[in-house]
Unconditional design. Structure first.
Length: 299
C-alpha cells in the first residue's frame, strides 16, 4: 500500500512539474474564431518594475501569468542578436553609441538602466538567452527584428521555439512583397503585419495574408470612427486580432491610461474586447490580467 501511495505521489509531482512548464496560452487558440479568451502581451516585459527588455522583465512576466512578452532586437558588431529597442544604447544602458559599434562581449560590460534612468545590476541579454528562459513558459513576440529575419527564424528553430513565437513583419506591406524580401514564409511560422487601418488599401493588405494561415493582424487606428472598423470583428474569421492599448493614437483613445488612471476599464480594454481583439498589448499587464479574470476571459 505504501509503495502504491509513493508511486502515486511521484506521478502527481511529475505531472504538476510538467504542467507548470506548459504555457497557459498557446498560439493555436489565437486562430480559433470561437475562443473568447484574450491573451495579454507585456510591452518590453514588466518594464515598470525592472529594466525593459531584460531577463528579469521576462521572469516577472512569467511569474505574473502574462501570455506573451514583446521584445526588440538589434545586432552586435560580431553578429549576435541582443534585446534592445533603440538603435543607440544611451537611454537603456550605461554605455554610449550604436549596438553595432560593439561586440557582444563589449555590450555585456554595460549595465541596463531602470525606467527612471538609474543603473541596475542587469546586463543586456541575447535573443538566445531569452528564448532559453521562455521555452515552455511564455510566448515571445519579436517586434523590431524584421531586418534580421533569417537569423531570427534560425535561432527560433534551433531553440525549439517556432511554435511559441510571433514574428512581426514590415508594416502595412502585402504578403507578396514580404516574401520577395525574405523568401517564402514557412507554414509553421506565426507572422504579424502591423496595419494602419486608416490607409485606403488596409483591407487589401489584410486580405493578402489570407493564404498564410498563421497570421495575426495588428490593427492600429488613431480614431474609432473609421468605417473600416465596422467590420474589424470579422477579421477573427481568418486571423488573430491584436490591438495595442499602449497609447491613444494606436486604438482611437481606448488606451491603458483611460483604463488605469481614469478607471474606465470597460471603455478601454472592454471596448477592444468588444471589437473582438483576442490579443492586447499593454504597459499595464498586472491590471489587465485582473480585469480579464473578473470578466472570466483569462485562462
Amino acid at each position: 500500500m505504501k509503495r502504491v501511495i509513493l508511486q502515486f505521489s511521484i506521478a502527481f509531482i511529475a505531472f504538476n512539474s510538467f504542467a507548470q512548464l506548459v504555457p497557459k496560452a498557446n498560439l493555436k487558440e489565437v486562430f480559433n474564431p470561437k475562443s473568447q479568451k484574450v491573451l495579454v502581451t507585456a510591452h518590453r516585459g514588466d518594464w515598470r518594475n525592472t529594466p525593459e527588455n531584460s531577463i528579469q522583465a521576462l521572469k516577472n512576466c512569467i511569474a505574473m501569468g502574462v501570455d506573451i512578452m514583446e521584445l526588440d532586437l538589434k545586432k552586435t558588431k560580431d553578429g549576435h542578436l541582443v534585446i534592445m529597442h533603440d538603435q543607440t544604447i544611451e537611454r537603456t544602458t550605461t554605455g554610449k553609441g550604436n549596438v553595432s559599434d560593439y561586440t557582444l562581449a563589449e555590450i555585456k560590460t554595460f549595465f541596463l538602466r531602470s525606467g527612471s534612468g538609474h543603473p541596475t545590476k542587469h546586463r543586456v541579454p541575447t535573443f538566445i538567452e531569452i528564448l532559453a528562459i521562455a521555452k515552455d513558459k511564455i510566448i515571445i513576440d519579436v517586434d523590431k527584428g524584421y531586418d534580421y529575419y533569417p537569423q531570427v527564424i534560425k535561432e527560433l528553430r534551433e531553440q525549439g521555439m517556432i511554435g511559441q513565437a510571433i514574428v512581426n513583419v514590415k508594416g502595412s506591406t502585402p504578403l507578396s512583397q514580404i516574401e520577395q524580401e525574405v523568401g517564402r514564409i514557412e507554414e509553421d511560422i506565426t507572422i504579424m503585419p502591423v496595419v494602419d487601418m486608416k490607409r485606403a488599401d488596409a483591407s487589401a493588405i489584410i486580405t493578402s495574408y489570407k493564404p498564410h494561415q498563421k497570421t495575426i493582424i495588428q490593427a492600429n487606428f488613431n480614431t474609432d470612427t473609421l468605417s473600416v472598423l465596422k467590420n474589424i470583428a470579422s477579421l477573427r474569421t481568418n486571423y488573430g486580432l491584436w490591438i495595442n492599448s499602449l497609447w491613444p493614437e494606436q486604438n482611437g483613445g481606448h488606451d491603458d491610461d483611460l483604463a488605469v488612471e481614469e478607471n474606465k476599464k470597460d471603455e478601454s480594454w472592454g471596448w477592444l474586447i468588444n471589437h473582438k481583439a483576442n490579443l492586447i498589448q499593454t504597459d499595464r499587464p498586472k491590471e489587465l490580467i485582473e480585469y480579464l479574470k473578473a470578466k472570466k476571459l483569462y485562462h
